[in-house]
Write a protein that binds this ligand. Structure first.
Ligand code: BEZ
Ligand code: FE
Length: 304
């Protein structure tokens, strides 16, 4: 079609006919519709293809997969890149890199002081001890910080979403001690994969992509006066380490995994089997005015 004809149609269709529009919503929706008109025209999208896409979106909503699709198409990572840029422009430097939250957090996990055991003992996996310190960007320990931690089990599944797991399995909030330290024992996670043949899987296959993530552990780290940190660490050596469908792998978030077979080290850790150990410190940036909030509002699952 002629560009002038498309633009004339848009002008007619986007003229308000009743009441005052909400300017921001109107501007964004008008822009999206305009861009889609041009995509339909440029790719000569047939009516059947258009309705197939509408049906796909309906089904993706029914499957509750928009959180996965947003990550898989890179939107979640893009929002992080924009937050990073805003902080850099405001002169905030240092701090642990942020990376995506993903859609599998559940609010309400038990609060523990200083240390916690995350697993309910139902799986045979490798024991993992992870510990470290929360500090500010000047190296001062942050006592009383909340380290919210959640991760998948040995099959790559998350409690709450996987109803075979006990409530809050592999999920805790740990309050740092007087030296800003936290420590937990858990079971080494496996990487997540999107539901086979689901909406995200179907789309990714058509894009010539897979839906796997490397094994990882999620964190929210927060304390009054600091910007909330949303991040993850990846388990080194995972085949998908640099091939994450959600684009969340970042330098600085791949700590060394130390494997301990030595009986003395095992006894010293209070265990009776070989274990893996990860030491990882978090560095929080101070809160600053006139920055987009690091406390992202999004629908989240909540369990009692
Ligand atoms: C995850 O963290 O496991 C995840 C992230 C994005 C999409 C799906 C899962
Ligand atoms: Fe995850």
């Amino acid at each position: 079609m002629e560009k002038a004809a498309i633009d004339a149609l848009l002008k007619e269709m986007q003229a308000p006919t009743r009441g005052e529009p909400t300017p921001r919503v109107k501007a964004i929706v008008d822009r999206i519709v305009r861009d889609l008109f041009y995509v339909i025209d440029e790719y000569d999208v047939e009516p059947s293809e258009f309705w197939s896409a509408v049906n796909y979106l309906t089904q993706a909503g029914r499957n509750d997969e928009y959180g996965l699709i947003a990550a898989g198409l890179g939107f979640e990572r893009f929002l992080d890149v924009r937050l990073d840029a805003a902080e850099e422009a405001a002169g905030l430097t240092g701090g642990t890199p942020r990376t995506i939250e993903g859609p599998l957090y559940v609010a309400g996990a038990p609060l523990c002081k200083g240390e916690a055991r995350l697993d309910d003992g139902s799986e045979e996996g490798e024991i993992l001890i992870m510990h470290g310190q929360v500090r500010d960007t000047d190296g001062r320990p942050v006592a009383g910080a909340h380290v919210e931690v959640w991760h998948a089990n040995t099959r790559g599944n998350y409690s709450f979403f996987d109803k075979s797991q006990s409530p809050f399995n592999l999920r805790r909030t740990i309050e740092t001690d007087a030296e800003g330290r936290y420590r937990f024992r858990t079971t080494m996670p496996s990487g997540y994969a999107v539901p086979p043949e689901g909406s995200t899987d179907t789309l990714l296959k058509q894009l010539g992509r897979h839906g796997h993530r490397p094994a990882h552990i999620h964190f929210f780290v927060s304390a009054p006066g600091y910007r909330k940190l949303t991040t993850q660490i990846n388990i080194d050596g995972d085949p998908y380490l640099h091939d994450d469908f959600a684009f969340a792998t970042r330098d600085g978030l791949i700590p060394a995994v130390e494997r301990n077979q030595d009986p003395d080290a095992i006894a010293e850790a209070g265990l009776n089997a070989p274990f893996a150990r990860i030491a990882f410190d978090f560095e929080l940036r101070s809160e600053a005015v006139a920055l987009p909030s690091a406390e992202v509002q999004r629908p989240r699952a909540e369990a009692a």
